[in-house]
Write a protein that binds this ligand. Structure first.
Ligand SMILES: Nc1ncnc2c1ncn2[C@@H]1O[C@H](COP(=O)(O)OP(=O)(O)OP(=O)(O)O)[C@@H](O)[C@H]1O
Ligand SMILES: [Mg+2]
Length: 442
């Protein structure tokens, strides 16, 4: 397997008791947190190359505890120290405070704390991690938790099942898992299991021998062989036909594949990541998905939160998308009206981040003024009519919307997907869900 990327360990030694949000924010930014309770015996273990910062909670530590912390930290004079102090820091007159580089009065500004930690860590930055995490923006609690989980799962050489609604960033997450894994510099091969006709899928995944079927004029390597030593990302795994499921199980159990038209096993070393927006448990119950394969794939799980559950992120992402669009295109729009921001907040975002990105880009081009309005975003002032359009995923409305969009687009799936601002795969999925057969409707 490939050598591990040098991502350097970054650790905060928290003298006190960090809260859940503090821990998760630090973890999402790549910091391990070690709580050292002053009343308990502890040592500060440090290894060469690690970045370690001490954080002393003056708010909760007694004088005698601070004395102990002072003794502990004195043994590591090169370790930078930060201080969490009470709201009125005049109360703290402890000599240890003068050893602290920075003070954060209560309630601490956690973003500033992270920035300062970043500066300390800049001597041995973790560029791969930072680049990768920049592809999964979001400061909401659910996103911080997701990024912290992603970091934990990335280096573990086991399959990960990524779940989440359409457009929530499953593919981006798969790529991030790969990049942050020891296989990060090896090949990454992605395939959408629902988009390839089932007759071609086996050959696409596992390759074929010359003459294996009509049209197989030469031997061909499949995706698993090309990805050897790297990662295979199987998108929409729920759509994998049963015969391919059997072959995939073999990869997971034995680490071998067979090309179509051959019974010679070939050893492959790949990590498998899979994504699904369908309920695989249900597919298993209904006999559409092998139970044994499901258990093999579902060892580690990463769940991508829907945009409507990501408090504050709509604002952050809409600004980010507009700003990055501005650097590439000459457009007038440079911000949003208050009403547009409110409409975005209220909207249900059935297509999640992808839909937000699409709407922002379209609005940025069509807007006449410097500020994008809710009309530019095609969101009614109060967000409701549009939300009802596909939104809320309430079944009846969803079916009606789908039907009407299909009719408007003359049953052309691509056109319908554009109209609904979702992917083609989603249109197919919705058709199945609502038992609408395109051939019949046409
Ligand atoms: N947190 C994020 N920050 C920035 N961009 C994001 C984020 N999440 C998703 N995106 C962007 O949104 C788009 C959709 O993401 P992606 O294709 O990974 O979603 P998906 O969950 O795989 O969707 P689908 O189920 O339809 O395949 C991409 O353009 C991606 O770059
Ligand atoms: Mg996808």
């Amino acid at each position: 397997m490939a050598a591990a990327p040098d991502t350097g360990k970054r650790c905060v030694i928290w003298f006190g008791n960090p809260g859940a949000r503090e821990k998760v924010m630090l973890a999402a930014d790549g910091w391990q947190v070690r709580a050292v309770l002053p009343q308990q015996p502890a040592e500060i273990g440090m290894r060469d190359g690690d970045v370690v910062v001490g954080l002393i909670d003056f708010r909760t530590s007694s004088d005698s505890e601070l004395e102990r912390i002072g003794r502990l930290t004195a043994e590591h004079r090169h370790m930078p120290l930060f201080a969490l102090t009470p709201a009125d820091d005049g109360h703290v007159l402890h000599p240890l405070l003068s050893s602290c580089q920075r003070q954060f009065p209560h309630p601490p500004d956690l973003k500033d704390l992270l920035r300062q930690l970043q500066l300390v860590g800049a001597d041995s930055p973790a560029p791969v991690v930072d680049d990768v995490m920049a592809t999964l923006l979001g400061e909401s609690d659910v996103m911080l938790a997701m990024r912290a989980t992603l970091r934990k799962l990335a280096p573990v050489d086991l399959p990960v099942l990524i779940t989440g609604e359409t457009g929530t960033g499953k593919e981006v997450a798969a790529h991030a898992l790969h990049r942050l894994s020891p296989r990060g510099s090896r090949p990454f091969q992605a395939v959408n299991c629902g988009a390839i006709p089932s007759t071609l899928l086996q050959s696409e995944l596992f390759g074929h021998e010359r003459g294996a079927f009509t049209g197989a004029t030469s031997r061909r390597q499949g995706l698993f062989e090309t990805a050897h030593t790297g990662t295979v990302f199987l998108d929409e795994i729920g759509d994998l036909p049963l015969d391919a499921q059997t072959s995939l199980l073999r990869v997971l159990q034995e680490g071998t594949i067979e090309r179509v038209g051959s019974n010679q096993p070939i050893t492959v070393d790949v990590r498998i990541l899979a994504a699904t927006h369908v309920d695989l448990e249900r597919a298993v119950e209904e006999g559409r998905f092998r139970r044994d394969l499901y258990y093999r794939l579902n060892v580690l799980r990463l769940s991508m939160p829907p945009l409507r559950h990501r408090q504050g992120d709509i604002d952050l992402l809409s600004r980010h998308f507009l700003n990055s669009f501005r650097t590439r295109h000459r457009i007038r729009a440079r911000g949003y009206t208050t009403q547009a921001r409110q409409a975005m907040e209220r909207f249900d975002w059935p297509g999640n981040v992808r839909e937000l990105l699409n709407r922002v880009q379209r609005a940025a081009i069509t807007a006449d003024g410097e500020l994008i309005t809710s009309a530019d975003l095609e969101l009614a002032g109060d967000g409701t009519p549009d939300a009802a359009r596909l939104g809320n995923a309430r079944s009846h409305a969803e079916r009606e919307t789908l039907l009407s969009c299909l009719q408007q687009s003359r049953f052309n799936v691509s056109a319908c997907a554009r109209l609904m601002k979702v992917s083609r795969v989603t249109v197919y999925r919705l058709c199945r869900k609502h038992q609408l057969t395109l051939e019949t409707l046409r």
